[in-house]
Ligand binder design. Structure first.
Ligand code: AMP
Length: 290
């Protein structure tokens, strides 16, 4: 595994792989790797000859007061986890100075309009502009043919798909299903912040989404009823504080009046103490689910 810390070094490495006719995949991460990240790496391997994992805690996607300073930085154990999962070709782990050589905030950013109005975008000022900007910079540094992102961050995935298509990067964006613990909790680098009691109660998040599936399978088509049911389930956990529960369409990520024959996203953000967990599920009324 080649460990690269500079944009120029990463570009030279990627160019050499491209010159050798390899197909390059990129898995962007913020490190503190878990089985969810490793599943993305495995999916990348299946689609490419050369896999780069980027590990970068991006300062511009954290709002003031969020956990940028506390976010776990565990490069050595991340490298060990990648090695024991079979290794990758390159790990791109730049410093903030390497990624933002002209300082912060950058003068040049990438903004995707409107898709950030609901869900996390409504609560995390500037977050998605930080994401689209850093992913653009990662694309330019790592020069992939294909990039893999988790459906766990569904709004991020939708925004990055739109950005990649509209700007014409010529990069295939692949979404990977959410990897969960046995009890349903979606794997997250932030789960390590949970106390034992919070961890136990955190199961309500995925439970609320599973119940949405059941309700839709049972014929429910009113998004407000689904949102109320999610609120109710989350409220059964005394340590949970709901930030949002929403049902939106998967294209424009806007709330809908009723569920017709489209695809929808039911999504939640829930605080346990200072730890913010997100989760979601797709309701495909066009498919065979219902
Ligand atoms: P992060 O390091 O949290 O920024 O995540 C890096 C990538 O891994 C993103 O594309 C996430 O959506 C994805 N990811 C994180 N957790 C999971 C999970 N439990 N299942 C699938 N993908 C995930």
């Amino acid at each position: 595994m080649e460990l690269l810390h500079t944009v120029e070094g990463m570009q030279a490495h990627a160019d050499a792989a491209r010159a050798a006719s390899q197909r390059l995949a990129l898995v962007p991460t913020m490190g503190a790797l878990h089985e969810g990240h490793l599943a993305l790496v495995e999916a990348a391997r299946q689609r490419a000859d050369h896999v780069t994992v980027s590990i970068f805690v991006n300062p511009t996607q954290f709002a003031p007061g969020e956990d940028y300073a506390q976010y776990p930085r565990t490069l050595d154990s991340d490298l060990a986890a990648l090695e024991s999962a079979g290794g990758v070709d390159a790990v791109f782990a730049p410093t903030p100075e390497a990624m933002y050589p002209f300082g912060l905030p950058p003068f040049t950013t990438v903004h995707v309009r409107d898709l950030n109005r609901y869900l996390c975008g409504a609560f995390r000022e500037g977050h998605f502009e930080g994401v689209t900007t850093v992913v653009t910079k990662l694309f330019l540094a790592c020069r992939p043919h294909v990039a893999i992102f988790g459906e766990k961050d569904a709004q991020q995935l939708a925004i990055l798909r739109r950005m990649t298509a509209e700007l014409g990067f010529g990069i295939e964006v692949i979404g990977h299903p959410i990897v969960r613990e046995a009890d349903g909790l979606a794997l997250s680098s932030r789960n390590r912040y949970l106390s034992a009691e919070e961890r136990q109660q955190a199961v309500v998040v995925s439970k609320a989404l599973a119940e949405v599936h059941e309700a839709v399978a049972g014929g429910e088509r009113d998004p407000r009823a689904l949102v109320d049911a999610m609120r109710h389930t989350v409220a059964t956990a005394p340590l949970a504080e709901l930030q949002y529960a929403e049902v939106v369409d998967t294209e424009l990520l806007q709330p809908v009046e009723t569920l017709t024959s489209g695809r929808y996203l039911a999504a939640l953000a829930v605080f346990f103490g200072a730890t913010r967990l997100i989760d979601n599920t797709t309701l495909d009324l066009e498919g065979s689910d219902y």
